[in-house]
Design a protein around this ligand. Structure first.
Ligand code: PA5
Length: 446
């Protein structure tokens, strides 16, 4: 397996006896998860998903992906939060950030409906001009404002372009029975895929939410599920010392109790930028509640060593790092230069990845010296299998960690607050009283 979690750089901060001291709490969090007795236990569908999924739907996803690949130049994926981050993370993890330019026989893939930016929507509409387009609209609730706005716009584009044929180019991923998107899809005859009731948005990448866009990108979704299934087997059983997932959950809680407030997920390859964003949602929404939780942040090295590196080395000592070391040796070497005017010949013939590895080692040592503890995930490839493994590792870790923290890792009540205010300010029916109060407060501020 190309995935390995290690806390060998953490020894000056956390010993095995520190870990053993929270072993009982870890065991009890795991038991709560496995026996489904904890808060949020209605949302544990992700636990067995890698092996217990709807095989008929899985085949339909593959067939739809083939159809989409054959019938469009541009595939527009509409969704926000858990209905967007996982798919984009997987595609960039495996294919890199330049996948649209290097697409081979895949359509270009764009993600919209994940913000309220008119220029973002306009740009993607312009990209679609003169091209064949298919759309996947994804919303578990079927009522989220951002994707609903984007879908109106792209549905209009398809209807103008293809008339009745538009419905064959629209794929809806939503609840099996509820929500405006479900009603629309049923009424207009779109092919639909289901987000299971017991899988929350941020845990849904291995459902149709992630799998359809990922398959359209030409990525092997069987392999991705196999990676998650391997993690499910390998990361069950054992204890805080022997199970890396439990060890990671314990380390996070120990560091939090010692005053660390920020966890930075670092990756040394920009292909993992969106994996970090996906992780931020998973950990932020799962743990950030009841006035508790580590603030999940992210960085891409060495890029961010030239910006945030100063703060991490010498600023407020509130953070630790979980460093995903992407160590993929691909034979790409630094050329020799006869004149050596840049003084770089000491690196000639060395792999670029070798330099990245030395940067990794140097950074971990420097940050450790600067009182920033580091745990590490070694990743020696960026295959679909690795992505599936990584997803399951983090999903299970945050569930155990969240139960150790004493919160419900599967709800997100705080997300509603901004929506309520926005709806009131936008005159949504039913919000008149709220609107009056809010506008009074806003005008008081001036
Ligand atoms: O984790 C969550 O539940 C949220 O971030 C949702 O994924 C996000 O709000 C999108 O919701 P929906 O899929 O219902 O449109």
């Amino acid at each position: 397996m190309a995935f390995k979690f290690t806390d060998k750089y953490l020894k000056s901060f956390i010993s095995d006896s520190d870990l053993k001291s929270v072993g009982g709490e870890v065991d009890s969090a795991v038991k709560t998860l496995e026996q489904r007795t904890g808060r949020g236990s209605d949302f544990l569908g992700w636990v067995d998903l890698p092996v217990d999924y709807d095989k008929a739907e899985f085949s339909r996803i593959k067939a739809a992906a083939q159809k989409i690949r054959k019938s469009c130049d541009v595939f527009v994926v509409i969704g926000i939060g858990g209905s967007y981050l996982g798919a984009r993370a997987a595609i960039e993890f495996v294919l890199g950030q330049n996948h649209n330019a290097l697409k081979g026989d895949s359509p270009e893939i764009y993600f919209v409906g994940n913000d309220i930016s008119s220029s973002h929507l306009r740009d993607v509409l312009e990209i679609c001009d003169g091209k064949d387009v298919c759309v996947n609209v994804i919303s578990k609730s079927g009522t989220t404002t951002e994707p609903a706005i984007a879908f109106r716009i792209f549905r209009d584009l398809l209807v103008k372009k293809y008339g009745d044929g538009a419905k064959d180019r629209i794929f809806a991923t939503t609840d099996k029975a509820r929500g405006a998107l479900r009603s629309q899809a049923d009424a207009l005859g779109y092919e639909t895929f289901v987000i299971p009731d017991d899988v929350g948005g941020r845990y849904s990448v291995l459902t149709a939410v992630g799998l359809l866009p990922i398959a359209v990108a030409g990525i092997d979704i069987d392999e991705m599920m196999a990676g998650a299934a391997a993690a499910r087997t390998e990361l069950s059983g054992g204890d805080v010392l022997s199970n890396p997932c439990y060890r990671y959950a314990a380390i996070r809680n120990i560091l939090y109790r010692r005053g660390k407030r920020v966890e930075i997920l670092v990756a040394n390859d920009p292909a993992l930028t969106l994996t970090c964003e996906w992780w931020k949602q998973l950990f932020g929404e799962s743990e950030g509640k009841e006035g508790k939780g580590l603030y999940p942040s992210s960085a891409v090295y060495s890029t961010d060593l030239h910006s945030m590196g100063q703060f991490i080395q010498q600023g407020e000592r509130v953070m630790f790092e979980t460093y995903i070391d992407v160590n993929v040796s691909d034979g790409f070497t630094i050329p020799y230069d006869e004149e050596n005017s840049d003084g770089l010949n000491f690196l000639a013939g060395k792999e670029i990845n070798f330099v990245n590895q030395k940067a990794f080692e140097g950074t971990v040592m420097a940050h450790t010296d600067g009182d920033v503890p580091n745990c590490v995930v070694d990743l020696s490839s960026r295959s679909p299998r690795d992505f599936g493994y990584l997803v399951y590792f983090f999903e299970k870790a945050v569930a155990v960690s969240g139960y150790m923290l004493g919160i419900n890792p599967f709800d997100q009540p705080g997300v509603e607050a901004y929506k309520k205010n926005m709806f009131a300010l936008l005159d949504k029916p039913g919000y008149a009283e709220e609107k009056k109060k809010l506008e009074a407060r806003i005008s008081e501020i001036g």
